[in-house]
Design a protein around this ligand. Structure first.
Ligand code: SAH
Length: 450
């Protein structure tokens, strides 16, 4: 016998003929109906289920014997009577008219066979022995049934939903493939099962926005530490150190979703899709951001996306870079003798926006902490001078890699900020009278590092 070609067929809207009206014909009718086939039954007598299906309009039943003309416009025919002669005639006619035929229990009069099938929702596992041993096929089916319980159907439904979401997210095909692969893993299935409570409902997962602090792992909060230690998935920014990432369990999925200047990076929408996708398979999803997640991060947009998707979340604050930089320089950001206001700014803004921000600043008694200053200190100095109207002698401090063993600082004033050395990122700028109190060896520290 030639090798059989396995396939799964779309039957919706196709004309399917069942000849016969007994119990076997009934199961054939049901199988075809379930897949949307347009079923017609030809038989003088039928079971009550076939009769019911006919009277409710699900199928058409013609109470008579088979006629060759019954095959016209038919896609496939199943012969399920107890007459071998009739089956032979149906098969011959079907062959002539190129119609697929299955005569029950007569392999020689079949164009196709019914495999033994395990159905778990949209998941179907079909077994064929090419007619060599229907008993073996049945035994294998039972074994597969044990191995792949009904939960696979529910799980598959969930994966399917996530897959559709991922396709509408505008994510790059490579990222999508990686997630889809992960979503179908054994590990993802184990997590899905763990999330099912006794009522069979899926328990809710949670997204934690965790502040990773300025770099030193000892500056993580205890809560951040604990959540990170039990994370299933960690979506982190590029800034977060390896040392901190290594706190996550070895089994956790780690993904760098950081935005880097120049390099092709993941879009905000892709991050939302990832958060939502992972939240529906993993229990503890950590969105790990440098410093405090609510300062110059995209947590606002991500929180809105999670709210819209009905996903539970919590924010765990962290030590922001400004605090670490102040600690490094040993200055008080709000020394009451000289500064009554503290202003956090980002220099990484669209053309002209940083300057506009500076124009609306109070003239005196404020400390400015400028995040993401870049290395164009000249531009920053000009903006501070022209837009903010600061005096040339205003003290300025550049603090690089605060809280890490590589931390360094450079103390200067506005008049010579433009010629300051470019300290390694991440670095920030502290501008205002408080900066003058930075520890004396500040400038020295940099000479060695620069
Ligand atoms: N959410 C973060 C800030 C993100 S913006 C926080 O709260 O700290 C990234 C910027 O933070 C960097 O460009 C740099 O200006 C600053 N930054 C982060 N870590 C730093 C560190 N260890 N030392 C100095 N500046 C740092």
């Amino acid at each position: 016998m030639d090798e059989l070609f396995p396939l799964f067929l779309k039957l919706a809207g196709r004309r399917c003929l069942v000849v016969g009206g007994g119990a076997v014909a009934e199961t054939k009718m049901e199988g075809l109906l379930r897949c949307g086939g347009e079923v017609r039954v030809i038989a003088p007598e039928v079971t009550s289920a076939i009769r019911d299906a006919a009277s409710s309009g699900q199928i058409a039943w013609e109470q008579r014997s088979f006629l060759p003309s019954d095959l016209s416009d038919v896609f496939l025919v199943v012969a399920a009577t107890n007459s071998t002669e009739l089956h032979e005639e149906i098969f011959r006619q079907a062959q002539q008219q190129r119609i697929l035929c299955n005569a029950v229990d007569e392999p020689d009069r079949c164009d196709f066979y019914y495999p033994a099938v395990v159905r778990r929702g949209a998941l179907q596992l079909a077994v064929s022995t090419s007619g060599h041993s229907p008993f073996l096929a049945q035994r294998l089916r039972r074994e597969l049934e044990e191995q792949f319980g009904p939960e696979y159907g529910f799980w598959l439904e969930e994966i399917g939903r996530q897959r559709r979401e991922l396709f509408t997210s505008g994510m790059s095909p490579e990222s999508r493939r990686a997630i889809l692969k992960e979503l179908s893993s054994k590990r993802a299935f184990a997590e899905f099962q763990a999330r099912q409570n006794s009522a069979g409902e899926v328990s809710r997962s949670k997204v934690y926005f965790v502040g990773a602090g300025p770099g030193d792992p000892d500056l993580l909060t205890r809560k951040a530490w604990n959540v990170l230690r039990s994370a299933d998935v960690v979506l982190h920014d590029a800034l977060v150190s390896r040392e901190i990432l290594s706190l996550a369990p070895a089994s956790a999925i780690l993904r760098d979703v950081g935005k880097r200047c120049g390099a092709k990076s993941i879009t905000q929408e892709e991050i939302h899709a990832l958060l939502i996708g992972y939240a529906s398979t993993a229990k503890i999803v950590v969105r790990l951001q440098g410093g405090d997640p609510l300062i110059f991060g995209r947590a606002g947009e991500e929180i809105s996306a999670l709210r819209d998707a009905g996903i539970d979340f919590e924010v765990i604050p962290g030590v922001t870079a400004a605090s670490a930089a102040a600690a490094c320089a040993e200055i008080t950001l709000t020394d009451r003798r000289v500064a009554s206001q503290l202003i956090f700014l980002s220099a990484h803004r669209r053309e002209g926006e940083f300057e506009r921000d500076l124009k609306s600043l109070p003239q005196a008694g404020a400390t400015l902490v400028i995040y993401m200053p870049g290395h164009d200190y000249e531009r920053v100095a000009r903006a501070l001078r022209e837009a903010a109207g600061l005096a040339e002698e205003t003290p300025c401090l550049i603090v690089s890699q605060a809280s890490t063993p590589q931390e360094s600082i450079w103390r200067t004033d506005l008049s010579s900020l433009a010629s300051a050395p470019a300290l390694p990122a991440p670095a920030l700028l502290i501008v205002g009278a408080v900066a003058a109190a930075a520890k004396a060896e500040a400038a020295m520290a940099v000479v060695g590092a620069a």
